[in-house]
Design a protein around this ligand. Structure first.
Ligand code: ADP
Ligand code: MG
Length: 269
């Protein structure tokens, strides 16, 4: 009989979907908080110039002197850029609007898709302090999202339980294929998580059926319900796990964290 061990010392997961408003930031914050609650050391990297993950965790603008942009441009190290949050085991590298894809595109650098990969690679000691690094991507397949895919071990895709949800998925998977061919052959799909699920709504049920039929095991068993506490929590600058620990949203993200941890264990004999 074997026992389970973590696959890697640090797992880097990009939370990506080019559609806006599907639950990327909510998933990054709350999956991160749920992993941290299970005593995993977690770093979030805010890769969206809108900085919603930073705001949702209460990182004030005067705490954003060093940002993801400084990290990518080589102006700051991982350790300098990481800011602790009010949650134990959870830090974030915050973002501000200076992280626009236009700025990155202007960088005089042949390898601008590799900026984040090189940063993480060169900072092996800093990376090894964490069990998980979650990257909150912008709502686009731009150079920032490509940087995340090139740097990550896997991508986690939040899929909003609504009509047309699956339509954008083929484009996302094509981009993953491109990245695998050109830059990161090992990029995996961590999974697809249905968000804003309403079990009383036939459409949610239909989207779930379609997703499971087409994507099978790639779809997490856990679905994230539509839950008002999840949408309220950011305005109180906290993850829902802290804002309302017993809410359906908090319980769902804890279940998702369990699945993620389980997927990242392997049997050793
Ligand atoms: P994205 O990062 O993909 O643009 P967000 O995570 O910011 O999406 O979510 C978009 C909006 O929907 C936000 O106002 C957020 O609070 C809300 N939201 C996200 N997930 C849920 C959910 N499960 N239940 C209710 N509201 C949600
Ligand atoms: Mg977002």
């Amino acid at each position: 009989k074997g026992y389970l061990v973590p696959v890697n010392s640090c797992k880097i997961i990009a939370v990506a979907n080019q559609k806006g408003g599907v639950g990327k930031t909510t998933t990054t914050i709350n999956l991160g908080a749920a992993l941290a609650e299970k005593n995993k050391k977690v770093l979030l990297i805010d890769l969206d110039p809108q900085g919603n993950a930073s705001t949702g965790l209460g990182i004030e603008h005067d705490q954003r002197g060093i940002t993801t942009y400084d990290l990518l441009s080589g102006e700051a190290t991982m350790d300098e850029a990481a800011v602790p949050t009010s949650i134990k085991n959870l830090s974030i590298i915050p973002a501000t609007t200076d992280l626009s894809s236009a700025d990155i595109e202007l960088m005089d650098n042949e390898k601008r898709s590799f900026l984040l990969r090189y940063v993480l690679h060169d900072a092996a000691d800093a990376v090894a302090k964490y069990d998980y690094i979650l990257i909150d991507c912008p709502p686009s397949l731009n150079i920032l999202t490509v940087n995340a895919m090139v740097a990550a071990d896997s991508i986690l895709v939040p899929l909003q339980s609504e009509f047309f949800a699956l339509e954008g998925l083929s484009q996302l998977i094509l981009t993953v294929r491109d990245v695998r061919q050109s830059a990161n052959a090992d990029l995996r799909i961590e999974g697809i998580v249905l968000t804003m699920y309403d079990s009383r709504n036939n459409l949610s049920i239909q989207v779930e059926e379609d997703a499971r039929q087409n994507m099978g095991d790639m779809v997490f068993k856990t679905v994230i319900p539509r839950n008002v506490r999840l949408s309220e929590a950011p305005s109180f600058s906290m993850p829902v796990l802290e804002y309302d620990s017993a809410s359906k949203g908090a319980m769902a993200y804890r279940a998702l964290a369990r699945e993620v941890i389980q997927k990242n264990m392997k049997k050793r004999v």
